[in-house]
Design a binder for this molecule. Structure first.
Ligand code: SF4
Ligand code: MG
Length: 334
């Protein structure tokens, strides 16, 4: 059994302009100790989906299921969700400053977090654990830096503090929402390395939300590609990079600048994502898809197994129409 099983998750918000369907029937699994990357442009629903699972969306209409280690999270009481958040599911976000309190030292904040979940832990013990954690995430001189305030750390070091805090209660799942987006490339690589090492040492599963395929390539076992609130393609990392099927994935990968290569090799996907209010029937990617044909405009393609790989699914009519990879390739060259 997977650690987290999400099935047909739907999240909608009432807005003055109508019902906004932010997540439209999303399903995925996260296995223990593995990393699932959820990739998509901003507004694709990737953050909303994980925030809903952890009970952080308010005023939304939610349906579907998210079973976490045997507990159903959709519709769970706020008390259950509060206990699970932090203790069993750790979270880190793009901007550590929005999650760290500016007026308290980082050590104090980690100690509070530990003691809020377990009052039987003494302050001294919690402080020792905080210092250890800061050391584990690679903060030099952790034992003295523990008494520094968030603004005294660089962006990359602050993100390490956030990771230490998220790991403080030994979660089995870490949700990292654009954890390195605000960092420059070198620091980004260091922070990802810290996450990878923690995963190896503690067996933590990770959901990595990102719009950056470089980050996906760097650390993921499986990938869900989201567009307009639903999954376009799900595949093992290698499959996604070397044998992706969905035209949107192909487009995303086409806009990946070659490592160290020039920006002019970038081939962006033309057009913009659709509005999620009153989305018409049909494939949501059709207006931007170079392969769209009549059926794409009238019927929404379901996620289907791609050829003979059960770990690989794609929501594209081409999967159904063309029986194998070769005819798919042939169709695309024309
Ligand atoms: Fe393109 Fe049609 Fe496939 Fe959608 S279903 S991605 S429009 S070919
Ligand atoms: Mg987001």
């Amino acid at each position: 059994m997977a650690l987290l099983e999400v099935r047909d998750l739907r999240v909608a918000f009432n807005t003055p302009d109508g019902v906004l369907e932010a997540v439209r029937g999303l399903s995925f699994d996260v296995d223990r100790g593995s990393t699932l990357a959820i990739v998509g442009e901003s507004g694709s629903g990737k953050s909303v989906a994980t925030q809903t699972i952890t009970g952080l969306t308010s005023g939304a209409r939610v349906s579907g299921s998210a079973r976490f280690d045997g507990t159903e999270l959709i519709g769970a009481s706020s008390e259950v969700l509060r206990t699970i958040r932090g203790a069993r599911i750790g979270m880190i976000f793009q901007d550590p400053l929005s999650s760290l309190h500016p007026y308290y030292t980082v050590g104090w904040q980690i100690v509070e977090m530990i003691r809020a979940h377990d009052r039987s832990v003494s302050t001294a013990a919690a402080r020792r654990r905080a210092a250890d954690l800061l050391g584990v995430v690679g903060i030099p001189h952790a034992r003295t830096r523990i008494d520094d305030y968030p603004h005294q750390f660089s962006g990359g070091m602050r993100q390490r503090v956030m990771i230490a805090m998220a790991m403080a209660l030994d979660p089995v799942l870490l949700i990292a929402d654009e954890p390195t987006t605000a960092l420059d490339v070198t620091v980004q690589a260091q922070v990802l390395a810290v996450m990878r090492r923690l995963q190896e040492d503690f067996g933590t599963a990770i959901i990595l939300i990102t719009h950056d395929l470089g980050v996906v390539a760097e650390m993921s076992d499986e990938v869900v590609v989201m567009y307009a609130g639903s999954a376009m393609e799900r595949a093992a990392r290698r499959t996604l990079f070397y044998a992706n099927h969905h035209p949107y994935s192909e487009g995303l990968l086409g806009s990946l600048p070659a490592r160290g290569g020039a920006r002019d090799r970038l081939t962006p996907i033309l057009g913009v994502p659709p509005s999620l209010i009153g989305l018409p029937a049909g494939c949501p990617f059709a207006p931007r898809c170079p392969y769209a044909f009549a059926r794409c405009w009238s019927e929404t393609p379901p996620l289907r197994m791609v050829f003979d790989d059960p770990a690989h699914t794609s929501a594209c009519w081409l999967t159904t129409v063309l029986g194998d990879r070769e005819s798919l390739r042939a169709a695309r060259v024309q």
